[in-house]
Design a protein. Structure first.
Length: 138
């Protein structure tokens, strides 16, 4: 798999990937999420290609205190081949190069497959509550 920064021409394929992975939600407009990401650290929005097809994505960021990862997804047809692991390794390397001391991410409590994946990479559950407040309704 070739990992590279997202390009504008990738939008349709990336949104289709996110939908196939079950990452989209009615309250998050994926096109707006992409547009917003492209205004802040666009080089940390990665896609993975196999044979010219986008099969993976990861959207990362670092605000000076913690790194974050969103929209990690691998095409269901390509799972089990280490592609998500490769995407996370690239994200971790890019964040570490920026001096990021710790990565945070959120996983839906019922997504046991993702929880197992992250546990295998050394991510542990922390005793915190995730809070959120919408400032802009999509």
């Amino acid at each position: 798999m070739h990992i590279r920064p997202y390009q504008h021409a990738d939008e349709t394929a990336v949104i289709a990937l996110w939908q196939a992975c079950g990452l989209t939600r009615p309250w998050n407009n994926p096109a707006l999420d992409i547009a917003r990401k492209l205004t802040v650290q666009p080089e940390l929005f990665l896609v993975g290609e196999l044979d010219g097809q986008i099969v993976a994505s990861a959207m990362a960021g670092f605000e000076g205190h913690r790194g974050w990862v969103n929209y990690l997804g691998v095409s269901p047809a390509q799972r089990g081949r280490g592609l998500a692991r490769a995407m996370m390794a690239q994200v971790e390397a890019l964040l570490l190069a920026r001096g990021c001391p710790k990565i945070n991410l959120q996983v839906r409590a019922d997504n046991t497959e993702a929880l197992g994946f992250y546990a295998a990479l050394g991510y542990g559950q922390e005793v915190v509550l995730g809070l959120g407040k919408r400032l802009i309704v999509d």
